[in-house]
Design a protein around this ligand. Sequence first.
Ligand SMILES: [Zn+2]
Length: 447
Amino acid sequence: MVCTPSAPRFRGCLTARNQREQNGVQNNRVWQRACGLKRTVVEGVHIDDQANAIIVSVRPNAKARNRCGRCSRRSPGYDQGAGRRRWRALDAGTTRVFIEADAPRIQCHTHGPTVAAVPWARHDAGHTRDFDAMAAWLAVRTSKSATCELLRVAWRTIGSIITRVNQDVEANIDRLEGLRRIGIDEISYKRGHRYLIVVVDHDTGRLVWAGPGRSEAALNVFFDELGEQRAAEITHVSADMADWIAKAVAARAPNAILCADPFHVVAWAIEALDIERRRAWNQAKGRKIPESPGHRGRTTGDSQQIARSRYALWKNPGDLNRRQRHQLEWIAKTDPKLWRAYLLKEGLRYVFAVKGEEGQDALDRWLTWARRSQIPSFVYLAKRITKHREAIEANLQHGLSQGLIESTNTKIRLLTRIAFGFHGPQPPIALAMLALGSHPPPLPGRT
Ligand SMILES: [Zn+2]
């Protein structure tokens, strides 16, 4: 319909057009709010049937335009870049949403030709900031499969997202401020072949640093970031008894007392107990039914009982269920040597539970007991503990909380299990820092 100014219909036509324009503006504002877009003008919204998605066309507002993607400095234009681009945003109901805009390049004074910054997404990211925030929140709080299924992205993509979210956090806070008592530990995150060093603040229970590797050089990266002055303020370091940790701590944190981490010392005792359990299993009466087609080899009789009591022997007595308590009673009656090995493990746990002078006395008695036990694995353990006695006694004196170390250790190990499938060390580091550091990721749009 063509409107001419002569007809009385003209006024009605103009009102309708005004109405349509107003509705359009209103619509765009609704989408701007729904997508959490700041410093951004929504130009229009349409449905892309092929992609089965809602496309929100936008541009940065005048203040946000022509800024370097890396340093945010206002810069002259360079060229149109690779044309229009799309960023995945949070779904609207059940439908995927993409933000679409031009991605021109600017000429930055420092960085040269660079894609211009956009207010809704991080530089070089294919997802909006809100999408990143949601992914990080889910990754540290729910399972791998729930995160991927809900967001419709691969686990590797989640790995890149949490890495950039963590980089942003690191750029804005200093996690290494005010450290006094720390714990250093190494954990494997890829079936025993790749390692991370993690540093925990004993006073807050937070993870403060994580880096790839397990060597003196790798740990020195932490001390470099900490700086000489702050390293001198560290009073206690708990660690397993790896030589490279002791060397790095002695060289870089001169005022720190090195304490043996009770978690690891008790783990040595569990190892020794397990050697004894296997000895008992091999010597026990029990028919081993050999493997044959359709039959897995299995043991019966006493050796089966010993095989089944493995967890009962490892666990802390307070955590045993009734069946496991029976298994231990059975061992006490039938295999005195294995039973003594079990008591030796528990005895060492007791040393760390009582601490102080009582703990030191208990350690003395424990060493005599272990040396005379005639159980080779515990005689060896007694030697190993004597070698590291100074650090173990330091722990008994200064009483770094064993519960805290154990619970942080357990949490980190659980996280590394879901980190399988990530590419490289940065995503597992980011996951650990976001989950156990001082700044857990918030939900998008909330404070
Ligand atoms: Zn720049």
